[in-house]
Write a protein that binds this ligand. Structure first.
Ligand code: ACM
Length: 537
């Protein structure tokens, strides 16, 4: 094994120094406890794992190397070093020159192997002396380092060596996601969440390999994104929220910072401007948008389905053109979400006319349109994407149009549904969704052909939550299960096995100060937060 390592390293570096230190390392090898990779609490579960029942000793003599010429790999290596430092306090050098003290290496390797099929695929070879992470792209390497982070134990093992070591179970992991779209949605319109809150959510999601964050940026109760050509949207439309608190909005600089932070984690931001319904905040700001001739008032309640744009006015489309243009210019990802749900006071023909027109605007700015499942009633083309949340009839229409479908069935995947009848936060109009129900379904079971399924997204509507603790309470732990539903194959998913791995997430969630719901279905490894701390009386 050590020979293979040396050959691989010298292939990429002229670092005879490392080869020497690896040979020296044989002398210094620390006796390792046998650790079993197949028992590691990885979520989402990788495609294939082959344990070799030994361990890599992560310690102060470990270094990370990457090929400097491979785009993005060095940044991924630094990201790993930062996270390992936060977990272990070890200062692990990246592409350092001083190899005299290095005994073991983590090598993040750009590989063109055909076995690495897909941008997010990676292979991990964990030996006693080395960890080799192979990926075709930096994105694949980024997914791979999440697996490695999860394999590093939370506590060091101080009994085997003079210095602290963190034994990483040895073996081989071959991994690739089942679906390329693995997302969550955050409703920042009903209640506003700060840039810092969104960044924390992004950090947590990316640890579980979720690669999409859909931001619901406008609704009846609030408009949350600065549009320079229409400033009253945020001045007026952003001034309140459900319950009449102060509201808020992202400046364009804030939004760009969220996009940048997500991109650093290989996560795509999808902006949603919900229309023609769910538009009261826009119409309060600019009353000409409203089809009923009345000047609406700011709305702080929770009703839906009462607002609409005037779908037959050219000035409405000039407005939408500006909004889509300004947001698209700040959004490197390929998608723009136009909402399209619950437009109960828009006539059917007007709705179809509207969605058709908006699709053309979205395409003009180089984006692919996504809309809630109702949009399949319009004459849109197969490049647009339907987000299925409620109507099986609409899902069938989307498939007939050969559209891709994102699965967000409200009865299974809505993060704002209450866990049970005791939950104070959340709603239950679709269902109560305990942690097992959230996990035990398959994207394939809804009769939508596999080739039409883009992936899974778990939306978190925010009518009943107004701060990060409450957000975390509804999202965690269920979002962790949705990550496995969208990454792992159905053969690799099993509730009894999953709930043991989920219990082991408690130390990570605690370290990240996540106020998760400590579901009684799970035998949590440890839990700092009691059920009561977050419940509202
Ligand atoms: C929705 O829940 N109105 C998409």
């Amino acid at each position: 094994m050590i020979r293979t390592v040396i050959i691989r390293i010298t292939f990429f570096f002229t670092l005879g120094l490392i080869a020497i230190s690896c040979q020296e390392e044989q002398k210094k090898r620390i006796p390792m406890p046998s650790t079993d990779l197949s028992k590691a609490s990885l979520i989402p579960k990788p495609l294939k794992m082959v344990p070799t029942n030994s361990a890599f000793a992560l310690d102060q003599f470990t270094a990370i190397y990457t090929p400097k010429s491979a785009t993005g790999f060095e940044e991924v290596a630094h990201f790993l070093a930062d996270k390992l430092k936060a977990k272990t306090a070890l200062d692990i050098p990246v592409n350092g020159q001083n190899s005299n003290t290095i005994e073991r290496i983590i090598y993040i390797n750009q590989s063109d192997s055909l076995e690495l099929d897909g941008a997010e695929a990676y292979q991990l070879y964990i030996n006693q002396d080395s960890i080799i992470l192979n990926a075709n792209t930096a994105e694949g390497a980024f997914r791979g380092i999440q697996t490695l982070r999860q394999l590093v134990p939370h506590e060091s093992n101080d009994t085997l060596a003079a210095q602290k070591i963190w034994p990483v179970p040895s073996g081989k992991i071959i991994d690739n996601p089942n679906f390329s779209y693995r997302g969550s949605m955050l409703d920042v319109a009903r209640h506003f969440f700060s840039v810092e809150d969104v960044k924390k959510y992004i950090d947590l999601l990316s640890y579980y390999k979720i690669n999409i964050l859909h931001l619901h940026l406008s609704d009846d109760q609030g408009w949350r994104i600065e549009i320079k050509s229409w400033p009253r949207l945020t001045e007026i439309g952003g001034s309140t929220e459900v319950g009449g608190e102060s509201g808020g909005y992202y400046t364009q600089e804030d939004y760009k910072e969220i996009v940048r932070y997500a991109a650093e984690r290989y996560m795509t931001i999808i902006p949603e401007i919900d229309m023609p319904g769910h538009t009261n905040a826009a119409s309060v700001s600019y009353p000409f948008l409203n089809g009923n001739g009345k000047t609406p008032k700011l709305y702080e309640g929770m009703r839906v389905g009462f607002s609409t744009f005037d779908t037959r006015k050219d000035t409405v489309y000039a407005f939408i053109d500006d909004v889509v243009r300004e947001i698209s210019e700040m959004t490197p990802g390929p998608y723009f979400h136009m909402g399209g749900d619950e437009s109960h006071v828009t006539k059917k023909n007007d709705y179809i006319y509207f969605v058709n027109k908006v699709e053309k605007i979205v395409q003009k700015y180089g984006k692919r349109m996504i809309g809630w499942d109702e949009i399949a009633n319009a004459d849109i083309d197969s490049t647009s994407i339907s987000q299925w949340w409620a109507s099986e009839e609409n899902a069938r229409k989307a498939v007939e149009k050969n559209m891709k479908v994102i699965l967000s069935p409200a009865k299974k995947a809505y993060l704002d549904m209450q866990y049970d009848s005791l939950s104070k936060l959340g709603l239950h109009w679709a269902a109560y969704i305990p942690v097992d129900t959230a996990y035990q379904w398959t994207p394939e079971e809804y009769g939508i052909p596999m080739e039409n399924i883009l992936g899974v997204e778990a939306p978190l509507w925010s009518e009943t939550i107004s701060n990060i603790d409450e957000l975390e309470y509804l999202a965690f732990p269920r979002i962790i299960g949705y990550s496995e539903l969208s990454w792992s194959t159905s053969e690799n998913r099993d509730w009894d096995n999953y709930k043991i791995r989920l219990a082991e997430q408690a130390p990570f969630l605690d370290r990240m100060n996540v106020k998760y719901y400590p579901s009684p279905l799970i035998d949590w490894k440890q839990s700092r937060f009691s059920y009561k701390t977050i419940e509202k009386d």
